[in-house]
Design a protein around this ligand. Structure first.
Ligand SMILES: *Cc1c(COP(=O)(O)O)cnc(C)c1O
Length: 336
């Protein structure tokens, strides 16, 4: 039976539908399942990636509430902050970014683009980001309020109840994509950094009867952290939108063990996977999210357990290209 959902208001910001394409050369090299890419790196040129799908719903909510200023959070090379800064400029909204870590001095990649689009950028220490964020946020809101501005507090990665709709809707697209290509997806994978993409795909997979097993590859923290975080987002979502779907019964499956040296730090194997896919397919992954998660997928296929009987696996290319440039040393060294 199909569950129907009532989608909340959305802004039309992303290029849709994004293509679903098979990686034929890579898949035959592996001799295993056919790997398909959902090209969410093509949701836009500048605001590209998965965050744009979530922003369509989150910023619709912000506008509904009469906000003229968006406050949000991330790492120094946050794709989410860059997408918010760009879309904010397009919508005439002021964007204020709280970035974890020092100002690197010369802006590159995502930071450069956020800067160019006029975002107010405030760098705060790792310690303060971890411990004092609510206080800092409160002060910033007070300051804007006293200047007659209304702030919308946008969740980290836009991963909260409203943000879930972005990837619920992507799963709806995937149902059509699979039908058009005459395939059934056995598995769907994505990189997981704040949980909203995975959470949305899990709900969407159940709602639109894709019948796939949905996996997140965590690029920071661990499985337990994300299971808890996504579970909380599901509860909030249930409360706010009162869907008929029983989200409590849905499995939250994480493939652990691929964080490597840490968030936004990858080891050589990830960089060589990025190069391999680029050479074979003309597709570029980034070292923070998609490269790590895709490396996990290839490694798990080689191990031959989890994906042993799979025919078709969909990997959601969530974007992240601009995060590659600040890490270019990892490629140039191999040529010098
Ligand atoms: C943020 C991000 C992710 C992770 O998505 P979440 O919904 O935050 O888990 C994956 N890939 C890229 C390129 C991202 O920017």
């Amino acid at each position: 039976m199909s569950n129907s959902l009532n989608f909340p208001p959305r802004l039309d910001l992303a290029q849709r539908n994004t293509p679903l394409i098979p990686l034929r050369r890579l898949s035959s090299t592996l001799g295993g399942p056919t790997i398909w890419l959902k090209r969410d790196d093509l949701t836009d040129m500048l605001a590209s990636g998965n965050k744009l799908r979530k922003l369509e719903f989150a910023l619709a909510q912000a506008k509904q509430q009469g906000a003229d200023t968006i406050l949000t959070y991330g790492g120094v090379q946050s794709n989410h902050c860059r997408a918010t800064a760009i879309v904010g400029a397009r919508l005439g909204l002021q964007v204020h970014l709280l970035l974890r870590g020092d100002n690197p001095g010369n802006a590159d990649g995502n930071l450069l683009l956020s800067h160019l689009c006029g975002a107010r950028i405030q760098h705060i220490s790792y310690r303060a980001f971890k411990n004092d964020l609510p206080d800092i946020t409160e002060q910033i809101k007070k300051r804007y309020n006293s200047q007659e501005h209304k702030v919308y507090d946008l969740a980290l990665g836009a991963s909260d109840a409203v943000g879930l709709w972005g990837y619920i809707d992507c799963a709806r697209e995937l149902e059509q994509d699979c039908q058009k290509n005459g395939i059934k997806a056995d598995h769907i994978l994505c990189a997981t950094g704040s949980g909203g993409t995975l959470g949305g795909l899990i709900i969407g997979n159940a709602t639109f009867n894709l019948g796939a097993q949905v996996w997140g590859v965590n690029v920071c923290d661990n499985a337990e952290y994300f299971q808890q975080k996504i579970d909380e987002d599901f509860s909030q979502w249930k409360q706010q939108y009162k869907p008929s779907l029983d989200s409590k019964s849905l499995a939250i499956d994480i493939i652990e063990g691929y964080v490597g040296p840490g968030y936004a730090k990858a080891d050589a194997s990830v960089f060589s996977t990025i190069r391999q896919v680029a050479e074979l397919e003309g597709i570029i992954f980034d070292p923070v999210y998609t490269g790590k998660a895709f490396h996990a997928l290839l490694t798990e296929i080689e191990k031959g357990e989890r994906f042993k009987n799979a025919k078709n696996i969909i990997f959601v290319h969530t974007g992240g290209l601009f995060g590659l440039f600040p890490q270019k040393e990892n490629f140039l060294n191999q040529y010098s």
